[in-house]
Design a protein around this ligand. Structure first.
Ligand SMILES: [Zn+2]
Ligand SMILES: [Zn+2]
Length: 311
């Protein structure tokens, strides 16, 4: 009977559809339970990386990363471009920064995540910070001229390959100009901490770094703690309220990692990690070469939601 045949066909179609939907649901379940990965440390041309923010995000999509954070040095200028590209190619881009703070005269790197990168206080801080590095060189050069050791600022700048210009470059220029016979003489006679041409660095402390990111609603992680001479630095950051430790970093040894995991457990710190990819310039592990489970990102997001912005 044609009616029965049609009915049979309808049943068959419905049955097929059901099976297909069941299969789709099953597949969806399989996809959502597939492990997701993130790389939370990388640099673009906005600081000392080789690729533009958008290129970094496209590269992240190609290597199958689900989430990344662009963490340029003392700079957030690439974040909007990266976030827009992330939307286009299905990669979650978390606002990030790698701040330079000073502890006992040493540069320490502090990562910030999930903060409001459009905040005017932050923009103002970044502008002042970048001006300060250059101003410090100009101030030292002025004092050196008064002391009878004139230098061209350009000669100092030529001694620096990228951003972080400072006293070693001034010393090298003094040596080249024949004002001193050695780098150590440059420090002893002119630019050592007690020298007549010494100018202090921009005094941005660990406390100020952590508090700045917290005020902007973000969380902090001490970058590559294994690259510093001792764990006193980790302890100092714990006392000023750092939220996490970047335990997963390509330059960390196995024994450092296990020590830092122990410290993180002791103090209830979150764990972050990433490739610290700069392109290929520094021979560091390339993008996605070091990735962390996405659950670490969720933990950061949850901590950021609870952060006290009044601190
Ligand atoms: Zn660093
Ligand atoms: Zn870095």
């Amino acid at each position: 009977m044609p009616g029965a045949a049609a009915g049979g066909l309808a049943t068959l179609v419905v049955e097929k559809l059901r099976r297909h939907l069941g299969y789709a649901r099953h597949r969806q379940g399989a996809l959502s339970s597939m492990p997701k990965f993130a790389d939370l440390h990388m640099h673009s041309t906005c600081s000392d990386g080789q690729r533009s923010p958008a290129e970094m995000v496209r590269a992240a999509a190609q290597v199958g990363l689900d989430a990344i954070s662009l963490t340029d040095h003392d700079e957030v200028g690439g974040l909007d471009e990266a976030i827009a590209e992330g939307r286009a190619c299905g990669v979650e881009v978390i606002p990030g920064i790698e701040l330079s703070v000073i502890m006992d005269g040493r540069d320490i790197h502090l990562l910030g995540y999930f903060f409001d990168h459009h905040d005017l206080e932050l923009r103002d801080f970044i502008r002042r910070f970048n001006e300060c590095r250059l101003q410090r060189v100009h101030a030292m050069v002025r004092r050196l001229a008064e002391l009878g050791a004139p230098l061209e600022v350009e000669a100092v700048l030529a001694k620096s390959t990228h951003g972080a210009i400072g006293r070693p470059h001034v010393a090298a220029a003094l040596l080249e100009a024949g004002h001193v016979a050695s780098v150590s003489e440059a420090f002893e006679r002119f630019i050592g901490n007690d020298g007549p041409a010494y100018v202090a660095k921009y005094p941005f402390t660990p406390e100020e770094g952590v508090q700045l990111i917290h005020r902007l609603g973000g969380v902090t992680s001490l970058a590559h703690p294994g690259l510093y001479p001792d764990d006193g630095i980790v302890e100092r950051f714990v006392t000023v309220g750092v939220d996490g430790l970047e335990i997963e970093h390509p330059k960390h040894t196995e024994s450092q990692r296990s020590r830092f995991y122990r410290i993180a457990r002791e103090h209830g710190l979150l764990v972050t990690g990433g490739s610290d990819c700069h392109g290929d310039r520094f021979g560091l592990q390339s993008l996605g070469g070091l990735k962390i489970p996405y659950a670490r990102v969720e933990a950061l997001r949850e901590r950021a939601a609870r952060v006290d912005t009044q601190s």
